[in-house]
Design a binder for this molecule. Structure first.
Ligand SMILES: Nc1ncnc2c1ncn2[C@@H]1O[C@H](COP(=O)(O)OP(=O)(O)OP(=O)(O)O)[C@@H](O)[C@H]1O
Length: 248
């Protein structure tokens, strides 16, 4: 699936002033992409992820999933499509406290049109649980887990519906390097085998070094996109220099 933003701006009201978090952004995520968005704090990275995943609505411009204009759909249709096509990994894990690890991961499979409890789904959930190294925590609740373990539940939950695109805000923050490595392998495997596309906002050099492109954003504008040679007066990002660059 392709996600495309066309002339997208997003303004927030902050008292009497307006904050322009995104300013006339044209941006595309193609099938099977593995890219990072980098930029200083407050530059609009999270807003961009939220608009790409239809968690937030642009003030101006349009969002397309393939050639379907999402901005025209009802809230319910948008939510259905989002649940089916997009996986989110948030910095805050947003787990349901009363549900077990298994149930939290299972939840997206029970929402919308799918509502499946098949053996295949159970096997896939157990595969994900072991892929994120939580086989011995299946029945635990979030408050019985460490921060890193909660992060891993959130990652497995984002992957459970095999979404076409995963939007991940610092997915490996709070994780030790062995677990980060395991999770990066899992994400790359999905990228390779399921053609899942990934858009990261991260400072993790291991993730960045595996990305095909680093897109830079500043003051709500894309200032450099190596995929389109877009560069607003700044040198375009090249492999080898991106790691230091992306940590700004
Ligand atoms: N709900 C909101 N209400 C008002 N202003 C907001 C809101 N969300 C974001 N902003 C503002 O929009 C701008 C972009 O914020 P955003 O969170 O997208 O940046 P970011 O690049 O993700 O920052 P960080 O790296 O610090 O997380 C900032 O100036 C922020 O203060």
């Amino acid at each position: 699936m392709k996600i495309r933003l066309e002339n997208v701006s997003k303004e927030y009201n902050l008292g009497k002033t307006k904050v322009r978090a995104l300013d006339n952004v044209n941006f595309q995520v193609d099938e099977q992409e593995f890219i990072t968005i980098a930029g200083p704090s407050g530059s609009g990275k999270t807003t961009l992820l939220n608009v790409l995943g239809c968690l937030d609505t642009p003030s101006e411009g349009s969002v397309y999933f393939d050639d379907k204009k999402i901005s025209d759909l009802s809230l319910a249709k948008k939510a259905d499509l989002r649940n089916e096509k997009i996986g989110f990994i948030f910095q805050s894990f947003n787990l349901i406290p009363v549900l077990s690890v298994y149930e939290n991961i299972e939840l997206p499979t029970l929402i919308g049109h799918k509502k499946t409890k098949s053996k295949e789904t159970r096997d896939w959930i157990m595969h994900l649980i072991s892929a994120v190294g939580l086989e011995n925590r299946v029945k635990h609740r979030p408050d019985e887990l460490s921060g890193g373990q909660r992060q891993r539940v959130a990652i497995a939950r984002a992957l459970v519906n095999k979404p076409a695109c995963i939007l991940a805000d610092e997915p490996t923050a709070n994780l030790d390097s062995d677990t980060s490595f395991m999770i990066l392998e899992l994400l790359q495997q999905l990228n390779r085998d399921e053609k899942t596309s990934f858009v990261f906002c991260t400072h993790d050099v291991d993730i960045i070094s595996q990305c095909s492109s680093v897109v830079r954003i500043k003051d709500g504008q894309i200032v450099s996109d190596p995929r389109t040679q877009q560069s607003n007066g700044q040198p375009s990002v090249k492999e080898g220099v991106i790691i230091a660059d992306a940590t700004v």
